[in-house]
Every structure is written in structure tokens, then in C-alpha cells.
Ligand binder design. Structure first.
Ligand code: ATP
Length: 235
């Protein structure tokens, strides 16, 4: 694994109207790394992802991706550079089939073709002619991730991908994320399920009230009951 950061977020601030929700978030993701962003409800995790994806403009600070400043670009320009956000609500087109949803994501230059997606997510192949609205929550999440891969991401950002899913489906998605990481995609994961995070991540950041309060490698984090208790109330 190369250690050059592919994503560098430096001191970003963000506002919703007068509400100052990000107050200097700094983090980085190295090429090929899987990093989690953890924190309690309302801490600013989704807002951080939105700023990186270009869905929201930071009011201060800078975001660099693969060497370029991206913090003033629109969402489609950020996506063209290889950042893809799978939002919490997944954004599946319910009236289109699974395959049509996947093809909508396709970028010509992508190394990910339909067959690759079906190899990682065999359930999607079984359901290829079903409408997006007929899928279970887990299948919808797989479709959202598969569609993001068709867009050739260098950095995949996932916002609570296993929330509300049955344990057996969570295990399946964890295994699939390992395959995607092994294929060289860098991943920034927001997830409340700590077991999932510690199974997958190289490193963790904890965000508290709009700023990074703690950073640790996965092994240090697992051994640090005080940090788990203090930041997440689970030690
Ligand atoms: P959660 O897991 O609950 O989504 P989060 O860490 O992702 O938490 P954010 O969604 O980033 O947190 O929200 C950060 C703060 O910004 C919260 O106080 C939230 O109430 C507020 N907020 C989020 N979206 C909006 C919005 N569209 N307008 C106004 N305030 C917002």
C-alpha cells in the first residue's frame, strides 16, 4: 500500500445558515486505506462527507484530492475526479431495474463492468430484472455500492451502509467491502456499528461537535477502552 494521502481535508468549516456545524475538521485517507469517521449523532459526520463530495461548500479550509484542490468544485466535477458518495438514503431509482440502475452509474473508463459487480454481489445478478423498489434494504445497499463502483471511484464514501440491516446481510456487506478495498479502492466509512468498523478499518477518526477529537490505528483503538468509553460510550 502506498502511503501518499489521496484525500487531504484541512481545517474545514461548514454552516447551515447560522449554525456552525463543522469547526475545523482535518483528516486524510491514504491511497488504498479504509478509514472510518465515528461519532455521536449530530457530530458532523454526514456534513463532512457532503463537503468532500462537493454537495456542500465549506466556508473555510481546503480539500485536496489526488493533488488537486476540490473544495470549490461542484458535485459532478468532484465525481469526475473519482470521489463517489453512497448516501444514507441510497438513491436507488425504484422504477428502474437493478441492471438499469447499475448502467446509469457507468463511466466508460471504469474498470468495473456489470460482470464484476455481479461477481461481488451475486444477489444483484439474481435480481437483475427486478425493479429497484422490489429490493430488500440490504439489496438496495448492494445496488447503491455497485452503482458507485460503475462510476470508477478512487475514493468511495459510505454513509451508514449497514444501518437497520439484518446481521447476516451485514456480514455479507462487510465481506464485499473487503473485496472492494482489496481491489485498490480507498474507502471513507461513516458507520455506527463499531464491530463492522473495527473489522474493516486501518484507521479511525472520532468527530465531536464538528471537530476531530481523536485519531487511532485500528489496533490502538481496540486496545483503548478509555477512548471507546469517552467518545462512543461503549468501552
Ligand atoms: P447523524 O448520524 O445523526 O446523521 P452526523 O454526525 O452525521 O449525525 P450531521 O448530519 O453532519 O451529523 O449534522 C451535524 C449538525 O448539523 C447537527 O446538529 C444537525 O442537526 C445539523 N444539520 C444537519 N443537516 C442540516 C440541515 N440541512 N439544516 C440545518 N441543520 C442541519
Amino acid at each position: 500500500m502506498s502511503t501518499a494521502p489521496i484525500l487531504q481535508v484541512d481545517g474545514i468549516h461548514a454552516h447551515y445558515g447560522k449554525s456552525h456545524v463543522l469547526q475545523g475538521v482535518s483528516l486524510h485517507v491514504n491511497d488504498g486505506e479504509l478509514v472510518t469517521l465515528l461519532g455521536r449523532n449530530g457530530a458532523g459526520k454526514t456534513t463532512t462527507l457532503k463537503c468532500i463530495a462537493g454537495a456542500m461548500q465549506p466556508t473555510q479550509g481546503q480539500i485536496r484530492f489526488a493533488g488537486d484542490v476540490t473544495s470549490r468544485l461542484a458535485t459532478h466535477q468532484v465525481a469526475q475526479r473519482g470521489i463517489c458518495l453512497v448516501p444514507e438514503h441510497r438513491g436507488i431509482f425504484k422504477l428502474l431495474t437493478v441492471e438499469e440502475n447499475l448502467m446509469l452509474g457507468q463511466k466508460k473508463s471504469s474498470k468495473w463492468q456489470l460482470e464484476d459487480i455481479y461477481r461481488i454481489f451475486p444477489r444483484l445478478k439474481e435480481r437483475r430484472t427486478n425493479g429497484g423498489g422490489q429490493l430488500s434494504g440490504g439489496e438496495q445497499q448492494m445496488l447503491a455500492i455497485g452503482r458507485a463502483l460503475m462510476n470508477a471511484p478512487r475514493l468511495l464514501m459510505l454513509d451508514e451502509p449497514v444501518e437497520g440491516l439484518a446481521p447476516v446481510i451485514v456480514e455479507e456487506i462487510v465481506a464485499q467491502l473487503k473485496v472492494i478495498k482489496a481491489a485498490g479502492v480507498s474507502i471513507l466509512l461513516v458507520e455506527q456499528n463499531l464491530e463492522v468498523c473495527t473489522q474493516l478499518a486501518d484507521r479511525h477518526y472520532i468527530i465531536e461537535q464538528g471537530a476531530i477529537a481523536h485519531e487511532a490505528t485500528n489496533s490502538d483503538f481496540l486496545a483503548d477502552d478509555a477512548a471507546l468509553d469517552r467518545y462512543l460510550g461503549v468501552g
